[in-house]
Design a binder for this molecule. Structure first.
Ligand code: AMP
Length: 357
């Protein structure tokens, strides 16, 4: 693909904060953005050139997006496969591609793919009935973590099973849908690696972030994480295996568990820009949003080295009410998403506290 010229239009499925920050980065490079989103007043649509109102599986809306856009990307991984087919049938390329979506949407397909590429994960088993759930927990050993195969996020759709005898009840409590049963990761830290692959197969990897969750939601990322060169190499190797294995175009977020012996396991991959990569906005020359736009537009990837040490804090719910105080801190860069309704736990913005390296 020839690099997309400034003035071209980039389509984005999804109107949340990730779409908003992608649109802002795209605008800086001279692109127009068309957002496809059900809600008219979304964070992304308010900074984009064009809004196409519709659900992600609304065929007429998808056809309009295919006509408006020179390339289409997305800000969330649950884009239906059928929607990608409609877009490609109408002549527009979707990046990252269908394989990345299929792998990321199903925790069993994801771990199977990762292990086949030599990227280690916890031991796992699948189950689709209460009986299979009991068998799976018996095989993996209790305690084990049961997660829905599809559509879990921020710790939702998962429960610990303390004893194999409880497995059928937990299976029903998760909705009686197909699940994965995972062995516990005995991790000392949660890390993530944000990386990108261009249309030419070039790969760029950011320094690792160290992540802290509360109640299943990311609270804080510290980056660059303090890691040994061997650990950084391991993470980079995993990122390259995943990106090449998916013939990937764009930015990916890979969540990792660091074990006491220094090995890394992959928890999950997100085929999009990632909350744990927000620190790059104020800690790197080219941040993850611009990098993603560069990749999908067929531009050269930008540098990923850190220029500062950053503590990224998510502003959840009413945290964002402190914007005036935060804005008065000289080391703090404030990023707000323009969401009207500060429900508890909702991601309203983030700050990057920046220090010299
Ligand atoms: P996930 O939705 O898979 O990203 O999981 C959310 C959080 O649950 C992770 O960030 C971990 O803190 C924890 N978690 C997920 N899987 C495991 C596991 N197999 N063992 C221990 N903790 C886990």
């Amino acid at each position: 693909m020839q690099p997309l010229a400034p003035g071209s239009t980039i389509g984005i499925l999804g109107g949340g904060q990730l779409g908003r920050m992608l649109a802002q980065a795209a605008a800086r490079l001279g692109f127009d953005v068309a957002i496809l989103e059900r809600e008219a007043d979304s964070p992304a649509a308010r900074v984009a050139a064009q809004l196409i109102e519709g659900a992600y599986d609304d065929e007429a809306a998808l056809v309009r997006l295919a006509k408006a856009a020179d390339v289409v990307t997305y800000e969330f991984e649950n884009v239906p496969a059928g929607s990608v087919d409609i877009l490609t049938d109408h002549g527009v390329d979707v990046a990252p591609g269908a394989l990345a979506l299929a792998v990321a949407q199903d925790r069993v397909a994801e771990k199977t793919f990762l292990n086949a590429r030599g990227a280690p994960t916890v031991a796992f088993a699948e189950a689709a009935t209460p009986r299979e759930a009991v068998d799976a927990v018996t095989r993996i050993g209790a305690p084990a973590l049961m997660k829905t195969r599809r559509e879990g996020y921020d710790g939702k759709g998962q429960k610990w099973v303390e004893h194999a005898a409880d497995a059928a009840a937990v299976f029903e409590a998760l909705g009686g849908v197909p699940v994965i049963v995972e062995a516990p990761a005995d991790f000392v830290r949660e890390l993530s690696v944000i990386a990108a692959r261009g249309r030419d197969g070039a790969i760029a990897v950011y320094p690792l972030g160290e992540n802290h969750h509360e109640g299943g939601i990311l609270r804080r990322t510290v980056a660059p994480a303090q890691v040994t060169p061997a650990l950084a190499d391991q993470a980079e190797r995993i990122a390259r295996q995943v990106l090449d294995g998916l013939d990937y175009v764009g930015v990916i977020g890979i969540e990792l568990f660091e074990l006491p012996d220094g090995r890394l396991l992959v928890n999950e991959i997100a085929p999009r820009v990632h909350n744990t990569g927000h620190w790059t906005q104020d800690g790197c020359e080219v941040d993850q949003f611009e990098q993603h736009i560069r990749a999908v537009a067929g531009w050269p990837l930008g540098p990923t080295r850190a220029t500062a040490r950053v503590e990224m804090l998510n502003l959840l719910g009413e945290d964002a009410d402190a914007w005036a105080k935060l804005a008065a801190e000289p080391e703090t860069r404030v990023h707000l998403y323009g969401k009207r309704d500060a429900k508890p736990g909702r991601k309203m913005g983030h700050v990057n506290r920046v220090r010299a390296l």
